[in-house]
Design a protein around this ligand. Structure first.
Ligand code: BGC
Length: 774
């Protein structure tokens, strides 16, 4: 219903009420005023289904009590806002109800750790920062996503949080998106599975997780005024498919709608996205909460939004008094309020919020550091290596160069940032480097270096543990080390240092964060010149790229190895050193295509980059449509620097004996052999290359396998049929045309060596929507 229509009905109803109040409005008003006495709480019977429990509870609630569930404030002292009474202190809060025993919702960000915005829970409140989700996606290991989720849920509960705003699954359509580090890459299957497993892990601890930002919020620049324009089938086959798979895999209690518009309508009041696709087609039973400051009207309620989050940020608290008035006036049916409240309560029952409330307690940081380290170790991607890695311990002198490498590893900025202080007793405090900015930006524009120093980890391996010196004077000379350090602020100085060493390990970094994109793919702070200078001074230069996205690397051919270590979290320095020294065999694969530069992208210039603030920025996603990332490069015959799926190892894997079977989907079996000398993990990747309708590149399935030297394993992969199908808008379902489908197993999306053909039977349009997967 349009806002105008709601207003008109409201006006009419109020006018009518002055003459003779209609029955329904009196009933509603009465219900609002006299709460039924509660003598028993039948909804606390755990044997009943969550749906039944929610029904029983709703029957005992007044209109005001239901409406109280449908909006809430931010839960931090921010600007004029204060911490709401009873809130633990986090991103958001929905007050509980003592009369009925409904617990409050304490909602915390995000996917990379439990944040403490504005140190609301005190400066000593610590959490374990996980590596970026992009790094998690690079592991291609859904089990690690699950373990990270369990860690996250455990820490959140120990702080009294019961809703974790975690499960970012927006596709990486643009390698300049400031928030790609919070997401899980460009491919719907990989992204959906990884986010889904993280959600499963979080919820397995007894809380709700929130998949976000629904949908196609794939650019940060102008996110509040951006209009993502895209056809339905393209959307269904890309961004929506990622959400669909994440929801089927993880069954999140809530979905967060996004800031942007989709085809001209705000995502949080988009009937097509919320009512038609999510709730009807996918049968989603949880609740839709808004992003903070993303609600523009009461119309949103009828169009599928159930809860207004951070409601002080919007122009009006639409879901408070205006909603109540509209219901009392009959402009919005009670049934819709019941539906929204049911969705919230059902999810709370289903995920243990009533029966198993969080208990504040201690956190096992040592155990959780291991989870962060496991993700980082498998998420590091060895992009290039001419044999210099792994490092021989026999190297005599290493020059380590790069800003803040002595302090730790960088993190992405914004609401997901685990800020101050992650501070295990033995480590230095986190270093925060302000990048400047105003208002909200200033709060967010700090690159926090989590105190896991790559320099210290490399020194430990080269020098051994350093005994504390008796003369602890700060003026005493540092103990002799085989590893020199230079922060790289002056290329000439860094080059001199590199020249004096046998090899140089140069760390570069790219800050990125929520709220805006990076303007282009280049490394900031003159770091390209630094690499050029160091590589010219020492031919044995290894570059470690710490970034939230692929970056331009004009010097790629001048260095001996390139390692992508993203934002690597609590144990990043240790993980990087272990990979460099071969204690860990790298097994990360790129979860997004690494272009040479922006000229290869569907939109070489970021839409709206030079537009005036407030103007609507139209982002035409129909250019690539469903062909995001590698699909686009394959379609356009462009060669990126590295394809999606690329990643080297210290061993060699061979693939042989591909057998392909057709029918209703494609099933492929292949022998994978570790034909090198060290144990390692391969990611077997099955791609679609051609269909009866034309060439089409799609990742159909993948599996990570751990193999000893000489070991062979037969791996069988089966495609999700939606990846073989097209979404037929007219028939409203997925259609598979019968015929020959070419598939292949490759080391990345552009290097497909073993090929086969499967014959598929035609499948008439169907929804494929309600399947549960694990
Ligand atoms: C972000 C969300 C986050 C929310 C609450 C918003 O700015 O887009 O991801 O969950 O703030 O902090």
């Amino acid at each position: 219903m349009k806002t105008g229509a709601i207003r008109a009905v409201l006006a009419l109803a109020l006018a009518g009420a002055a003459v003779a109040a209609p029955i329904w409005s009196m009933a509603a008003a009465q219900q609002a005023e006299t709460p039924a006495p509660v003598t028993a709480r039948p909804w606390m019977d755990k044997r009943l289904t969550p749906d039944r429990r929610a029904d029983l509870l709703i029957a005992a609630m007044t209109l005001d009590e239901k409406i109280a569930l449908l909006h809430g404030p931010m839960a931090m002292p921010f600007g004029p806002f204060i911490l709401p009474e009873g809130a633990v202190g986090s991103a958001g809060f929905i007050p509980g109800n003592a009369r009925l025993g409904i617990p409050a919702l304490n909602e915390s960000d995000a996917s990379l750790g439990v944040t403490n915005p504005m140190a609301v829970r005190g400066p000593q409140d610590m959490s374990t920062p996980l590596p970026s989700s992009l790094m998690l996606a690079s592991t291609f290991n859904p089990d690690l996503a699950f373990r990270g989720g369990v860690m996250l849920g455990t820490e959140a509960r120990a702080k009294g949080i019961n809703v974790q705003l975690a499960g970012g699954v927006n596709l990486a359509r643009d390698p300049r998106n400031g928030r790609n580090f919070e997401y899980v890459g460009e491919d719907p299957l990989l992204a959906g599975l990884m986010a889904g497993q993280a959600i499963r892990g979080i919820q397995s601890t007894g809380m709700v997780a929130t998949v976000k930002h629904y949908a196609i919020n794939d650019q940060e620049h102008d996110r509040m005024t951006a209009d993502s324009v895209i056809g339905e089938s393209a959307l269904r086959e890309s961004d929506l498919l990622a959400f669909q798979i994440a929801i089927e895999t993880g069954d999140p209690g809530s979905v967060m709608c996004a800031y942007n518009m989709v085809n001209g309508v705000y995502a949080c009041e988009n009937d097509m996205l919320l009512n038609r696709v999510l709730k009807q087609d996918w049968g989603y039973k949880g609740w839709v909460m808004s992003d903070w400051g993303a609600v523009h009207s009461l119309e949103a309620f009828m169009n599928g939004l159930d809860q207004q989050s951070g409601d002080q940020l919007d122009r009006e608290k639409f879901f408070d008094a205006p909603l109540r008035d509209a219901v009392v006036a009959g402009a919005i049916p009670q049934a819709r309020v019941n539906d929204a409240a049911h969705r919230v309560l059902r999810a709370m029952f289903a995920h243990g919020l009533f029966d198993n409330p969080p208990v504040k307690g201690d956190i096992d940081f040592a155990a959780h550091a291991q989870v962060a380290q496991a993700q980082a170790e498998e998420g590091i991607v060895l992009l290039a290596n001419d044999g210099i890695l792994p490092l021989a311990r026999t190297a005599r002198r290493i020059a380590v160069i790069g800003a803040h490498v002595d302090a730790g590893v960088p993190s992405g900025m914004g609401s997901s940032q685990v800020t101050v202080p992650y501070r295990p007793a033995t480590a230095l405090p986190a270093r925060a480097v302000p990048l400047g900015g105003e208002g909200m930006l200033a709060m967010w524009a700090n690159v926090v270096f989590h105190p896991s120093s790559p320099l210290a980890a490399i020194r430990l391996r080269m020098d051994g543990p350093v005994a504390p010196t008796a003369a602890a004077s700060p003026l005493a000379p540092p103990p002799p080390s085989k590893v020199s350090f230079n922060p790289g602020y002056y290329p000439a100085e860094a080059a001199a240092q590199a020249r004096a060493a046998d090899l140089a390990i140069l760390f570069v970094y790219q800050p990125s964060g929520e709220g805006d994109d990076v303007p282009d793919m280049s490394l900031p702070f003159g770091q390209d010149a630094l690499v050029e200078a160091v590589a010219a001074a020492n031919p044995n230069t290894i570059v470690v790229v710490q970034s939230g996205n692929p970056v331009r690397m004009p010097w790629a051919d001048k260095v001996k190895a390139i390692v992508a270590s993203w934002y690597s979290g609590a144990q990043g320095g240790e993980a990087i050193a272990r990979v460099l020294f071969g204690e860990v065999n790298p097994s990360g694969r790129l979860p997004l295509t690494w272009p040479v530069d922006e000229s290869q992208l569907p939109r070489p210039v970021i839409p709206g980059w030079s537009a005036a603030p407030g103007d609507v920025t139209r982002i035409d996603y129909n250019i690539e449509g469903a062909d995001v990332g590698y699909r686009w490069f394959a379609r356009e015959n462009r060669t990126p620097r590295y394809w999606f799926g690329h990643g080297l190892s210290y061993t060699r894997f061979t693939h042989a004996n591909l057998r392909v079977q057709g029918g209703r989907t494609v099933t492929a079996s292949v022998d994978v052999t570790n034909s090198g000398r060290v144990a390692g993990k391969d990611v077997v990747q099955l791609y679609l290359t051609d269909t009866p309708g034309g060439a089409r590149r799609r990742l159909l399935a993948f599996q990570k396998v751990d193999l000893q030297p000489g070991e062979t394993r037969r791996v069988t992969l089966s495609a999700d049929p939606r990846l073989l199908a097209s979404f037929d808008e007219a028939a409203h379902g997925w259609r598979i045309a019968g015929g020959a489908y070419d598939v292949g197993v490759g080391t990345d999306a552009g290097t497909i060596a073993l090929r086969g053909t499967a014959h598929l039977s035609p499948v008439p349009p169907q929804s494929h929507g309600s399947r549960r997967r694990r």
